[in-house]
Design a protein around this ligand. Structure first.
Ligand SMILES: [Zn+2]
Length: 516
């Protein structure tokens, strides 16, 4: 679903993409893919290594079973950093190191017990959301009252009614804004509900209900945000029963005992970095990444052990092929993704001085499903070239190419910087159940799918880094701001105080029509 406006803006702003636009308009040159640009022979070797000598599933098994869940800043996450660096060294990557940074606060899950007391008595299945607080020691008892996510303005105004109550988030009526804006406002609600005396809040990420059979889904409730009030995700079955009672006018009563711990101050963590240095322009860099951190209800296999294994195996395939690209491929295992893309934002800060030399980043973070295409993170100017690349993979599978910005993972900081934050689009049929849940274990990943995903990442990375012409350079701020507004990323960034461009790019997007 591309937006027409993005392309209209490109044509109107021809100055920035001058050579590309003019060439395209005159139809003088057709974009070159691997068959024409000299990269085919190397890609063929890499594909062979990637399919015949793949280590992706072995990496994923080690990370899942031997390290397991790895919340940012936890001992297990540190162990995962060491493991990632050791793998990079063993396969022969250059310049392997960790890049330390701090997140605002650490958090450790304790226990979460809940029991429905009336009108029937039974255990409720709940898990605490990340970076949320605790009930009094020993728990507390109260009536369950409904809070309508679609009427949060009023719910915040009337928050004092939640004193001594357990709030159940429901969705009644019709939404009048994008889901991500409710996500932001849900944080405002939680900030008010704690001091108002609410015992606990039942509601998953953004207040949503849990997907799957008898599954809860943990997660953060903002960017770098913590909440004193305990917030839990409840299984759909338990939550559904409580909702049905409320709909019949019955006020259920429950007991909640949720215990978590925060650190007093910031917590140190680190991204793990290793490179294949370019043979002609080593100063020019493509970042290939995935996040190493996970949630803690299971092994963190699909979110995002799968991405980590994909990146490591892609690096290994290129190393085994003995091919060296023209430019540098920098493999980065980010931490802090689950707390608000902290690792990739830290990367941008730490590498500010070489950002003009970056070509973009390439990320896989939608779990276990097969890759279906590539989203070029706002850069519609790169679509023709990239389509010439995917056309050369048509014997493997059809792959879509669009310019959509993926804001939910480590692609976003690159898109904000005007670089292609390239997201590998995946089939998420199963991921919606495994992600952040107790089902996120090795059982969820099929080895053959992982192997092919990793091979596709290796090919895309090598082609971008090795093609004779430089793939991309950062767009100027104004063009980037316009693109982010056209793709409706502005509203989201603004809501979370992440919008860096002030009024830049505001004029045209107001009047221009958009089409989904
Ligand atoms: Zn993830």
């Amino acid at each position: 679903m591309q937006r027409v406006l993005a392309r209209a803006v490109l044509i109107a702003m021809g100055l920035y993409g001058l050579s590309v636009c003019i060439v395209r308009a005159d139809n003088k040159t057709v974009p070159k893919g691997p068959d024409e640009d000299g990269t085919k022979a190397a890609l063929t070797k890499i594909a062979g290594e990637g399919m015949m000598n793949a280590h992706a599933f072995k990496y994923l098994t080690e990370l899942s079973d031997d390290i397991g869940s790895r919340v940012t800043g936890s001992p297990a996450e540190r162990k995962a950093e060491e493991w990632g660096a050791a793998k990079m060294k063993a396969m022969g990557l250059e310049n392997v190191h960790t890049e330390k940074y701090q997140i605002w606060r650490g958090w450790t899950r304790g226990t979460a017990d809940a029991e429905l007391l009336t009108p029937v008595k039974h255990k409720l299945h709940v898990d605490a959301m990340g970076w949320t607080g605790s009930t009094p020691a020993g728990g507390a008892e109260g009536d369950i009252v409904e809070v309508n996510l679609f009427d949060l303005d009023n719910e915040i105004k009337n928050v004092s009614r939640l004193n001594g109550k357990i709030a159940l988030v429901t969705m009644k009526g019709k939404p009048n804004k994008a889901g991500v804006l409710y996500f932001a406002q849900f944080g405002d609600f939680l900030k008010a509900a704690g001091p108002a005396g609410a015992i606990a809040v039942i509601g998953g990420q953004g207040g949503g209900k849990s997907d799957g059979m008898n599954l809860s889904h943990t997660g953060i409730l903002g960017f770098n945000t913590d909440f004193a009030v305990p917030v839990v995700s409840m299984t759909a079955e338990d939550q559904g029963q409580i909702e049905r009672f409320l709909d019949r006018g019955i006020t259920p009563r429950a007991r909640f005992n949720v215990q978590n711990t925060f650190t007093n101050g910031p917590m140190e963590t680190a991204n793990v970095v290793g490179e294949i240095r370019g043979r002609e322009n080593p100063e020019q860099i493509l970042v290939v990444g995935a996040h190493l951190d996970s949630w803690d209800l299971a092994e963190g296999t699909t979110d995002n052990g799968s991405g980590t294994a994909t990146v490591l195996s892609a690096a290994d395939s290129i190393m085994r092929s003995k091919e060296r690209p023209r430019r540098t491929i920098r493999f980065v295992l980010f931490t802090g993704e689950e707390q608000g893309l902290d690792g990739s934002f830290a990367y941008m800060t730490q590498h500010q001085s070489e950002m003009a030399n970056h070509l973009g980043d390439l990320v896989l973070d939608s779990g276990q499903g097969a890759v279906k295409g590539f989203q070029l993170g706002g850069r519609d100017d790169l679509i023709p070239e990239f389509k010439a690349f995917t056309a050369a993979l048509s014997t493997i599978k059809p792959l879509t190419v669009d310019d959509k910005v993926e804001s939910g993972t480590d692609t976003l900081p690159f898109s904000i910087a005007g670089l292609p934050g390239i997201n590998m689009l995946q089939d998420t049929t199963d991921y919606k159940y495994t992600h952040h849940s107790a089902a996120d274990a090795l059982e969820a990943q099929k080895a053959d799918v992982l192997t092919q995903n990793s091979m596709l990442m290796a090919l895309a990375a090598y082609w971008i880094a090795d093609r004779p012409e430089r793939f991309a350079a950062p767009w100027p701020a104004e063009r980037t701001a316009k693109m982010l507004r056209a793709q409706h990323i502005y509203e989201e960034l603004k809501a979370f105080n992440l919008w860096p461009y002030g009024d830049l790019g505001a004029e045209e997007s107001k009047s221009a029509p958009t089409q989904n």
